[in-house]
Design a protein around this ligand. Structure first.
Ligand SMILES: C[S@@+](CC[C@H](N)C(=O)[O-])C[C@H]1O[C@@H](n2cnc3c(N)ncnc32)[C@H](O)[C@@H]1O
Length: 194
């Protein structure tokens, strides 16, 4: 993999994400916890620890790595790491499960080994339903069921000066409910479905 040689200060203002990378210390955001998902064989999931109102921030998606990908989002052409690392390169196929696209050629990856800071738990949110095939019928079922069950969505935090990707409640969520995000068909198809 080619490493990035252009200085950060040239690239990131263009991205309008100057502080996207890395984790801020000691953020007092503790509205979620991890636990076994209610979705069979989905591993761990994210749950709210108190009732939250529609529109409220739940937690942040950590940009432990900022990936620069080719136009079609295939090959990785560069990677910039955040300030806290487990040592995992975050560029393998298994890390793609924790990758979130943020622009045409950029995505961020949360490190699943870094799982103690509740301010940065958004990379543990599951989709209520996986896309199991690419037939029109299956895609329509996925879109409907995943979309209906989603109770949270990703959005850049602070639109005027984007710096972090936040996970926000779509609707009121009761204490103890699992948080679901609709990953979209593209997520599942680009990973060979499940
Ligand atoms: C962003 S991670 C979510 C956290 C993950 N469940 C964990 O235990 O670390 C995304 C991965 O979770 C699993 N997953 C999420 N939603 C799922 C679902 N509805 N059915 C099966 N697996 C799911 C898949 O392996 C997916 O690639």
């Amino acid at each position: 993999m080619r490493s990035l040689s252009i200085p950060l200060f040239i690239y990131l203002p263009a991205l309008r994400m100057p502080l996207l990378r890395g984790r801020l210390p000691d953020l007092l955001i503790a509205r979620t916890r991890l636990g076994p998902s209610t979705v069979p064989s989905a591993g761990r999931g994210l749950f709210v620890t108190r009732g939250v109102a529609a529109g409220e921030l739940l937690t942040l998606f950590p940009a432990d790595a900022l990936l620069f990908r080719d136009n079609d989002m295939s090959e990785i052409s560069g990677v910039l790491y955040g300030n806290i690392r487990s040592g995992d390169p975050l560029t393998s196929d298994s890390s793609r499960a924790y990758e979130l696209r943020v622009s045409a050629q950029h995505s961020i990856v949360g490190d699943p080994k870094l799982d103690t800071d509740r301010a940065y738990f958004a990379h543990f949110a599951n989709d209520f339903r996986a896309l199991l095939g690419s037939s029109d019928e299956e895609r329509a079922d996925y879109k409907r069921e995943s979309g209906l069950a989603a109770n949270a969505f990703f959005q850049i935090f602070e639109p005027e000066s984007p710096c972090h990707m936040g996970l926000f409640a779509i609707r009121d969520i009761a204490e103890g409910e699992e948080v679901f995000v609709s990953y979209t068909e593209g997520y599942w198809l680009s990973r060979g479905c499940k």
